[in-house]
Design a protein around this ligand. Structure first.
Ligand SMILES: *[C@@H]1O[C@H](CO)[C@@H](O)[C@H](O)[C@H]1NC(C)=O
Ligand SMILES: *[C@@H]1O[C@H](CO)[C@@H](O)[C@H](O)[C@H]1NC(C)=O
Ligand SMILES: *[C@@H]1O[C@H](CO)[C@@H](O)[C@H](O)[C@H]1NC(C)=O
Ligand SMILES: *[C@@H]1O[C@H](CO)[C@@H](O)[C@H](O)[C@H]1NC(C)=O
Ligand SMILES: *[C@@H]1O[C@H](CO)[C@@H](O)[C@H](O)[C@H]1NC(C)=O
Ligand SMILES: *[C@@H]1O[C@H](CO)[C@@H](O)[C@H](O)[C@H]1NC(C)=O
Length: 473
């Protein structure tokens, strides 16, 4: 695929650039633990649901798939209750009042239920209904959404609750599972344009946090190329041109009232790779099933589907997420593309475990510049938070919130992890929420009611130009 964007972005400055539909500056939160549940964020609710807690999450009921396997008869109703209550319309109102303009929505591959191989995989069913309802609230509130493929088929990284299956058996980087992820992409791109509930979706993220060692992710670069082609193939079928690209498909007038028929025609267009063609073909019966279940047959098969919407942004973790000769996602851009980096100090490896070292590090952050130098711009920080490796004082958390917002705002903006976490005796009251929950951070005042505001715009001054200083904590 011709690299259309590289010249453009390489010559651009660091000024954050926004694509159509993308807020000029992203002030966001993640809707984590909603449609991909991570028990550590809601330990009491998880036990109440029937889950378990253990040091190694692969050894007990500590992930969605383990739960679904343990409770095959009740898993769907138990999760429906969770989806109904964890993220509510009242949360949307609070986030809107706090100036949040973007959410990142972590999703599992199982939101497209037909992709689950029930012979050896179990996941709760029915999440799409809640996703559609939540997206409609967000659209009504004018909050933009990124659909984040957070938990991939075969799991993309070992031993993590956020993949839906705590296992060391990583199978994502195989042609079978790349295919399933591309089918997911075709379905989500279609819904984003044709289901009115998805009206505020402006980006789809290919994969959350792949393994950092690129030597362990064979053919990930090819998957990146196919991911972008899949999105664009669906959009071109819908009559949405891709900016700065000559890629096109022609749909005969006789198909202009039946999108699935038109997609079927595109699935044999040789402009796309064989993998993309196969994914489009396999998405068709799934869309027909979803159409039947959610009363969208007329939209999919009996009305004009030409859209005036603009292309979605293809979103990847930035190239610097990986080491050992990673593929550069900028090389596969066709149309709007943006990059995601995540930064947590609490897991170690970023700075020494003390407040001054944290401040020197964040105030000197160079990730935006180094990404821009290899075409990974615009860049947003799709996950960050206030957690620390030490017991942080309130005074430090004011600075820590300010300094991170300042740093990430030099790029396209930031998306906090998470919009909320549980407050219970199992979380020592608000001890977890104090550093991981945006809503609690607002309550406590570390995070400002106007997300663009800072308590101290000069918070970084003492930490620049090699000055050594201690914090006021
Ligand atoms: C979870 O991983 C195990 C391998 O450790 C596998 O046997 C099982 O099928 C996986 N379950 C799901 C739902 O993917
Ligand atoms: C639309 O096209 C699909 C795929 O060719 C076909 O299965 C379906 O019957 C068509 N629907 C209508 C309403 O014509
Ligand atoms: C933080 O405070 C708790 C409770 O006072 C204490 O048990 C723990 O050791 C402290 N942790 C660190 C890293 O100082
Ligand atoms: C750092 O040093 C440069 C050059 O002396 C100066 O222009 C800049 O204002 C300094 N920045 C800060 C934050 O002190
Ligand atoms: C160190 O920080 C304090 C408060 O943040 C400030 O008053 C002081 O001037 C700083 N000292 C130096 C050498 O930058
Ligand atoms: C922080 O950045 C300044 C200016 O870019 C530099 O002089 C200083 O050495 C940096 N400090 C650290 C600890 O990286």
């Amino acid at each position: 695929m011709r690299n259309i964007l590289a010249g453009l972005v390489l010559s651009s400055t660091l000024v954050a650039r926004a694509w159509a539909g993308q807020p000029a500056h992203i002030y966001g939160v993640n809707l984590g633990s909603w449609l991909v549940l991570e028990p550590w964020m809601l330990p009491q609710e998880w036990l109440d649901m029937g889950g378990q807690s253990c040091a190694d999450c692969s050894t007990c009921i500590a992930s969605e798939s383990a739960f679904a396997k343990a409770y095959p008869d009740t898993v769907d109703t138990t999760f429906a209750q969770h989806w109904d209550t964890w993220f509510t319309e009242s949360n949307v109102d609070t986030l809107k009042a706090a100036g949040i303009n973007t959410v990142r929505v972590p999703l599992g591959y199982w939101i497209v239920e037909a992709l689950v191989d029930r012979s050896h995989e179990s996941y709760p069913r029915g999440g799409l209904k809640y996703l559609r309802r939540g997206l409609s609230w967000l659209k009504d509130a004018g909050i933009h959404a990124i659909l984040d493929h957070h938990a991939l088929p075969g799991v993309q990284v070992p031993g993590q609750m956020f993949t839906g299956n705590c296992t060391t058996d990583v199978q994502f980087y195989t042609s079978y599972n790349y295919h399933r992820a591309l089918v997911w992409t075709a379905v989500m791109t279609t819904l984003s344009h044709l289901d009115p509930n998805f009206g505020s979706v402006f980006a789809i993220e290919a994969i959350n946090e792949p393994i950092m060692n690129a030597a362990l992710t064979p053919n990930y670069g090819t998957f990146q190329k196919n991911f972008v082609q899949t999105m664009r193939a669906v959009e071109l079928t819908l009559g949405i041109p891709v900016p700065s690209s000559s890629l096109s498909v022609s749909i005969s007038a006789s198909l202009s009232n039946n999108f699935t028929a038109a997609l079927s025609a595109t699935s044999s267009a040789t402009a796309f790779t064989a993998e993309v063609q196969a994914a489009l073909a396999d998405a068709i019966p799934i869309l027909q099933e979803i159409g039947a279940e959610y009363d969208m047959q007329t939209i999919f098969e009996a009305s004009s589907f030409k859209k005036s919407r603009s292309s979605l942004v293809a979103n990847f973790m930035d190239v610097n997420w990986q080491y050992n000769n990673p593929s550069n996602p900028a090389d596969v851009a066709i149309g709007p593309q943006a990059y995601d980096n995540h930064l947590y100090y609490s897991f170690g490896g970023v700075a020494d475990a003390n407040p001054t070292a944290y401040m020197i590090s964040i105030c000197n952050l160079t990730r935006i510049q180094s990404d821009a130098a290899v075409g990974n711009s615009p860049l947003w920080f799709g996950e960050w938070g206030l957690p620390t490796q030490f017991n942080a004082t309130d005074a430090f958390l004011y600075q820590w919130a300010d300094a991170q917002k300042l740093a990430y705002s030099k790029g396209a903006g930031w998306i906090f992890w998470n919009f909320k976490t549980e407050i219970s005796t199992l979380t020592n009251g608000n001890a977890l929420a104090r550093q991981w929950s945006y809503l609690e951070g607002l309550e406590l005042g570390f995070l400002t009611q106007d997300p663009a505001a800072l308590h101290d715009p000069n918070v970084c001054v003492p930490y620049l130009n090699g000055t050594s200083n201690s914090t006021s904590s």
